[in-house]
Ligand binder design. Structure first.
Ligand code: MN3
Length: 386
């Protein structure tokens, strides 16, 4: 029986993690979970899973839940999430969105836990700090991101020294059929309609800018300990091949499946074992007929190129890039800036950032603060000219 703590329980990955846990009650037990403001989601989980420890964002919501569930310890804020991460369990499932996911990942590793990681910003921002902690505490990360789960699966039974390169597939997001000129006036609603995957709002916008793919390159760098020169991205329209590994003999291993996040979530919790998964329409290649691939155009997707540059330089740039993107992504969703301004804001912020090595969590917080504040000043400028 694996005892799990789930952070970000009300989001897209969180909800599907609960589905996976409840589909295998003999293997997985939820011992604690955290949500943000979605208190109804917390009530729903408590109705099916007898959890004794919960964390929510505000102290007000925590007080309300304590009254309703006298037998449950309800914590609040960043402190509450930290307490969950260092509590007594086997694996932390980190399904938080954004930089907020970093601190609980580090706290979990430093208190001797392995982490099933859906929060890619953890590694984009502070990959070097997490890498160091994993070595120091002999802990592991289990990737939940579908591309990294695919790579992980393709590495099973092979030797990492014999890997030639990782090939991460990219759908191109909701605007992949549009030219840059056509991107000028696109709306939030259009951006949120992803052709292949159903995901949360923030990551769907990140997919449309391909910032998400850039993040995934950095994520792969830290997860699999390979240089950026050995990590490639290929456009793949159907999202059926979730990623590939090429070996020194040019054999290419691929992992295929219909786009369903329950598989990578479940595999992260059961690997190297495989568990049954109910799928109404499993992959039928005869029905799919053709799979399409093409080279990514770095001029069409400048944030992908930026992520490679920032990743190779290292230091504080990943955290700066992420913070600027969080600010710009949110401003676009709030209809404060046009779609193409997201790119301008992220690129300008990274170019203006003073380079610093990342030695401590304080350095990381400072990089995050700089990225967020600089991006806010640029967002203000865009709003003025609108
Ligand atoms: Mn992904």
């Amino acid at each position: 029986m694996k005892r799990l703590v789930l952070l970000g329980a009300s989001g897209s990955i969180g909800t599907q993690t609960i589905d996976v846990i409840n589909a295998h009650p003999d293997l997985f037990e939820l011992t604690a979970f955290g949500v943000g403001k979605n208190i109804d989601a917390a009530r729903k989980i408590l109705a099916t899973n007898p959890v004794k420890l919960v964390s929510v964002q505000s102290e007000e919501d925590a007080a309300a839940l304590r009254k309703e569930y006298p037998g449950v310890t309800v914590l609040s804020g960043a402190e509450g999430m930290r307490d969950l991460a260092v509590s007594d369990y086997d694996v932390l499932v980190n399904a938080l969105v954004g930089f907020a996911g970093f601190a609980p990942t580090l706290a979990a590793v430093q208190s001797g836990h392995n982490v099933a990681l859906a929060n890619k910003e953890t590694l984009v921002c502070g990959g070097s700090l997490i890498y160091r902690a994993l070595k120091e505490f002999s802990r592991e990360l289990y990737p939940i991101d579908s591309e990294h789960s695919a790579i992980w699966q393709c590495l099973q039974g092979n030797k990492k020294q014999q890997v030639k390169r990782l090939i991460i597939t990219a759908s191109g997001g909701s605007f992949r059929s549009l030219t840059r000129d056509q991107l000028k006036d696109v709306t939030v609603e259009q951006a949120l309609a992803h052709p292949n995957w159903s995901m949360g709002a923030k990551i769907t916008i990140d997919s449309a800018t391909m910032m998400n793919k850039g993040f995934e390159v950095t994520e792969a760098h830290w997860l699999f300990d390979l240089p950026y020169e050995q990590i490639d991205v290929i456009m793949h329209d159907e999202s059926m091949i979730h990623s590939m590994v090429e070996y020194c003999d040019h054999s290419v291993m691929a992992q295929l499946g219909v786009p369903d996040m329950r598989l990578p979530i479940q595999y992260a919790l059961s690997a190297p074992d495989r568990l049954d998964l109910y799928e109404e329409h499993p992959l039928d290649l005869a029905e799919v007929g053709t799979l399409h691939f093409h080279k990514p155009d770095m001029r069409r997707y400048p944030l992908l190129g930026l992520a490679y540059q920032a990743g190779k330089k290292g230091g504080n740039l990943g955290a700066v890039m992420n913070a600027a993107n969080e600010a710009a992504n949110l401003a676009f969703r709030n209809k404060e800036i046009p779609f193409l301004s997201i790119e301008d804001i992220v690129i300008t912020t990274v170019l203006k950032a003073p380079f610093r090595e990342l030695e401590t969590v304080d350095d990381l917080n400072e990089a995050n603060r700089f990225g967020w504040e600089y991006a806010q000043s640029l967002i203000k400028e865009v709003k003025k000219t609108k």
